[in-house]
Design a protein around this ligand. Structure first.
Ligand code: COA
Length: 260
């Protein structure tokens, strides 16, 4: 499928999705949100793909937010639809059964920060800058920022950034636990792809079930989550790769996973 604002490359079972509107710092206009919806639907249905790397085009921005020229025209009714539509696309990223790793290569502001928050893992370049500057526009985050940022770094820290609109750098994002690795701009994409390759070598069903179980943290109590984990753990023992992984260990040989 051809996209106007998104590049999709599939290599070694990894989909590399690049948001490609560099002249607007990869701002998410409605067209780009629709294309993200389609591309993640395509990735979901393509059994060859076992991991996703999501990044922005150029060296300046991952995504500098929702497109303010479109925001400016929204009525309250349209704004609710706008918010729910973006949230549903980001939910589909978070709930994808394949790991999505954000390679944050510059500004990740507003919707860009929120997009990164919907990814399973975040790596950043040294020049990355994060923030939820919506307050400066007279609005609040609408693509999940008030919910996901608070869950990730706690309510007080999230409000510090949401109420001030201040940006923070990659080192601060690392300290906050928002990103787990920082690379130079030159290394970011290759190192992220390298990490994605490591995951694609692991049994796909175990990876898929681990994501499902960790995601349950957002909607279940500890007791429910532990029960859910036990059910998914049991499901994993029904796979060929479970038999292969455990047998290979006992036979002191390298496992040959078939992702089945
Ligand atoms: N929506 C629409 N256009 C955007 C945009 C956004 N969120 N962010 C950047 N752009 C556009 C600029 O309007 C400019 O377009 P132009 O050349 O046609 O005028 C282009 O991208 C380059 O941005 P510019 O502001 O000139 O770059 P800069 O280096 O001076 O500043 C930022 C970079 C990120 C600090 C600044 O662009 C910015 O504050 N962007 C908005 C961030 C934001 O509030 N996001 C949340 C939206 S809800």
């Amino acid at each position: 499928m051809d996209f106007e604002n998104i590049l999709l490359e599939i290599k070694n079972h990894i989909a590399i999705v690049t948001i490609n509107r560099p002249q607007k710092l990869n701002a998410l206009n409605i067209q780009t949100i629709e294309e993200l919806k389609s591309v993640f639907n395509e990735i979901n249905n393509n059994t060859e793909i076992r991991a996703v790397v999501l990044t922005g085009s150029g060296e300046k921005a991952f995504v500098a937010g929702a497109d303010i020229s479109e925001l400016n025209k929204l009525s309250p009714i349209e704004a609710k639809e706008f918010s729910l539509n973006g949230q549903s696309v980001f939910n589909s990223i978070e709930n994808l059964s394949k790991p999505v790793i954000a390679a944050i290569n510059g500004f990740a502001l507003g919707g860009g920060c929120e997009l990164s928050l919907s990814c399973h893992i975040r790596f950043a370049s040294e020049n990355a800058k994060f923030g939820q500057p919506e307050v400066n526009l007279g609005i609040i985050p609408g693509y999940g920022g008030t919910q996901r940022l608070s869950r990730l770094i706690n309510n007080g820290r999230a409000l510090e950034y949401i109420l001030s609109g201040d940006m923070f750098d990659a080192q601060e994002a690392f300290r906050l636990g928002l990103v787990s690795k920082i690379f130079s701009q030159a290394d970011l994409l290759n190192k992220t792809i390298e990490f994605a390759e490591k995951i694609t070598s692991k049994p796909h069903h175990a990876v898929r079930l681990a994501i499902k179980s960790v995601n349950a943290v957002n909607s279940m109590s500890l007791t429910e989550g532990l029960n859910y984990e036990a059910a998914l753990f049991a499901l994993a023992t029904g796979t060929d790769d479970f038999k292969e992984g455990t047998s290979a260990f006992l036979e002191k040989r390298k496992p040959e996973f078939r992702h089945s």
